[in-house]
Design a binder for this molecule. Structure first.
Ligand SMILES: NC(=O)c1ccc[n+]([C@@H]2O[C@H](COP(=O)([O-])OP(=O)(O)OC[C@H]3O[C@@H](n4cnc5c(N)ncnc54)[C@H](O)[C@@H]3O)[C@@H](O)[C@H]2O)c1
Length: 370
């Protein structure tokens, strides 16, 4: 395994849309800077594996993830497959002593996720679980306002992320898929990052579009694709999440956080923020803050994992937080089916940042660099 300061040898498992697009875009940058080598790529579809290797200059391709996981030439494994495969592949890679980044959710059952949390504690490798929303400058700026009490005591929040839904990957519409694991997960991670563990969850859920054309085939949608979720954080603090493959467009803020002295709201989406707006009663006006890094990529968990390996420090995104998000989502799905509110058992320590304001003056943000 790579030691701090060494170039990290990365192997990819799953060569679909996100690997070939957003992940390789960041990986190329890290490769050019000499921070990683992209040594291997795996997909169960041999043609995808071959084409990916050729397109991105990855010397070794395979259809067997075990070969990458067991290879002494690979330090870090990126699990970018369809969601039901995440848990078992991440577990195998951690058990083999690798550093692991796993796309969201970390697993699709709590048993599998609990095993991952346990093994991550004992294994020499780091485990970074997407989504990486807490790493964005806008998320952290908003965290500072909330933590410093700039908007007073927070008792309500509203979050939303959805779109019309993918036309590729039938697994998105089958058990272990769905928009809550795929999209709402970002909102769950943001809200719990700011407010800490959820105590109770309830939801309404249904299938808005029962049939779709996916990969050029008409398929039956087997999961709920439309959700309204309510979260109770205790102390009369509540949040709602609206998510689904049932939205065509929107223009409002992704997340609004309402405090006793003001409001802070994230523009854009929490996976691609576009700054935030702050209302404080004292000021009596909205302040509009541009994004400190409009190029911040939602794949930033990869850069973070490499930084953590280099500096030999634990990732800011913890497996316990990812587990908590999964419990909230699984219980929201259950609540959507029987209408009953669920108690959330798990807990975690929310990420904390420097309270000081380290914003670069907005007028000096000219050519933002990573
Ligand atoms: N599509 C997006 O915009 C997006 C954004 C953020 C995160 N994600 C997450 O990224 C992951 C991948 O999404 P995608 O859109 O690229 O899906 P995709 O269907 O395009 O790609 C998944 C790939 O994984 C391969 N695969 C499945 N099982 C495998 C196994 N056991 N070993 C090796 N390869 C295997 C499939 O053959 C496929 O090529 C999902 O977890 C998704 O939630 C997707």
């Amino acid at each position: 395994m790579s030691r701090p300061g060494n170039v990290v040898n990365v192997g990819f498992v799953g060569c679909g849309s996100v690997m070939n697009g957003p992940y390789m875009s960041l990986a190329r940058e890290l490769r050019e800077r000499g921070r990683i080598r992209t040594v291997a790529a795996c997909d169960v579809d041999p043609e995808r594996a071959r084409a990916t290797g050729e397109r991105h200059d990855i010397p070794w391709v395979t259809t067997d993830p075990r070969e990458i996981i067991d290879s002494p030439d690979v330090d870090a494994v990126l699990i970018l497959t369809s969601m039901p495969e995440h848990g078992s592949l991440a577990l195998a890679a951690l058990e083999a002593g690798k550093h692991v980044l796993v796309e969201k959710p970390m697993a699709v059952t709590l048993d599998e996720a609990a095993k991952l949390v346990q093994v991550a504690k004992e294994s020499p490798g780091h485990l970074v679980c997407a989504p990486a929303v807490i790493l964005s400058p806008t998320y952290q700026d908003m965290w500072r306002h909330i933590a410093r009490g700039d908007i007073g005591r927070v008792h309500l929040a509203r979050a939303r992320y959805g779109w019309a839904g993918p036309w590729w990957g039938k697994w998105f519409y089958r058990s272990g898929g769905g928009p809550l694991f795929d999209l709402g997960v970002y909102n769950v991670a943001s809200l719990t990052g700011w407010f800490g563990p959820v105590q109770r969850v309830t939801a309404m859920a249904g299938t808005a579009t029962p049939e779709r054309v996916v990969d050029d085939e008409l398929i039956k949608v087997e999961v709920e694709d439309n959700f309204q979720i309510l979260l109770d954080f205790g102390d009369a603090t509540f949040a709602s999440i609206t998510t689904g493959f049932s939205m065509q467009a929107y223009r409002g803020p992704a997340i609004e956080v309402y405090g006793s002295k003001g409001t802070v709201q994230m523009m854009g989406d929490d996976w691609a923020p576009a700054g935030y707006e702050l209302w404080q009663n004292d000021a009596g006006a909205w302040k509009i803050h541009g994004d400190r890094n409009p190029r911040w990529p939602w794949t930033d968990g990869l850069r973070h994992l490499i930084d953590c390996i280099d500096n030999d420090v634990a990732p800011l995104i913890t497996p316990e937080h990812a587990y908590h998000c999964l419990e909230v989502m699984i219980k929201a799905i259950d609540a959507g089916r029987d209408g009953q509110t669920r108690t959330v058992e798990s807990t975690f320590t929310p990420p904390a940042f420097d309270l000081g304001d380290d914003r670069q003056d907005a007028h000096l943000v000219h050519a933002p660099e990573r």
